[in-house]
Ligand binder design. Sequence first.
Ligand code: UDP
Length: 262
Amino acid sequence: MKYKRILLKLSGEALMGQQQYGIDAVRLMQYAEEIKSAAATGTQVAVVIGGGNIFRGVQAAALGLDRVQGDYMGMLATVINSMALQSALEKLEVSTRLLSGLTIQRVCEPYIRRRAVRHLEKGRVVIFGAGIGSPYFTTDSAASLRAIEIEADVVLKGTRVDGIYTADPEKDPSAVRYPEITFEEVMEKNLNVMDMTAFTLCKENNLPIIVFDMNREGNLQKLIDGETVGTLVTMSGGNLSAAVDPKHSSLQPSLDTPTEQA
Ligand code: UDP
């Protein structure tokens, strides 16, 4: 087992599948299956899901609404997605807990760090809903913050692109994927990995990030098994064991072998 504890960040938008809005049932079950296999290896799995498939705070302004109100609406959207994922996982007989940054006690537990860690130790998949519970943040920031709090070994950012590229691969066909990159390089090259708040939290706390394609079946499992998938962001550029904090003692140094470009 490569990781003792991971935090998986999924975007709300990814849950839409081919739809324009809401939750695609096939995609949802696919994610649940992937998470089930990851948890079955014994790796402790925490998940943060975005809400972009339902509502984002920035949309509030376009509707003539208050931004802060919009952000709370966005946070509630993440709770809806989290509940959907919880239900999908339970359908697959995976034990789960949903902990929310906003108190909604009929449907989820309030976020309490020690409780989250206890659930993880008991092998439950922990889903963090409502972001960090404050406006003007994103679920990427929630993913970074919660990962630091629960002492996850890594943040796995599941996207529809298979890593970090020299340019946007959907616009520039000559774009090349980095197998590994440092936090500094990401900043120097102005690459879009996460929003700055989220990224800085990882950088300052020496928490590695792996950006990978969550829509490719089996990718999450490959990562858990220690295969090189996507792009690894660390302090030292790939040497995961040297990069991590001593508290991340479960990491094995097997990701330090450079791989070919995609
Ligand atoms: N949000 C917030 N605080 C948080 C997390 C989320 O205010 O800690 C709001 C914000 O408006 C955001 C929305 O919830 O736009 C949905 O989250 P996000 O945009 O991160 O979702 P994703 O892009 O991952 O689907």
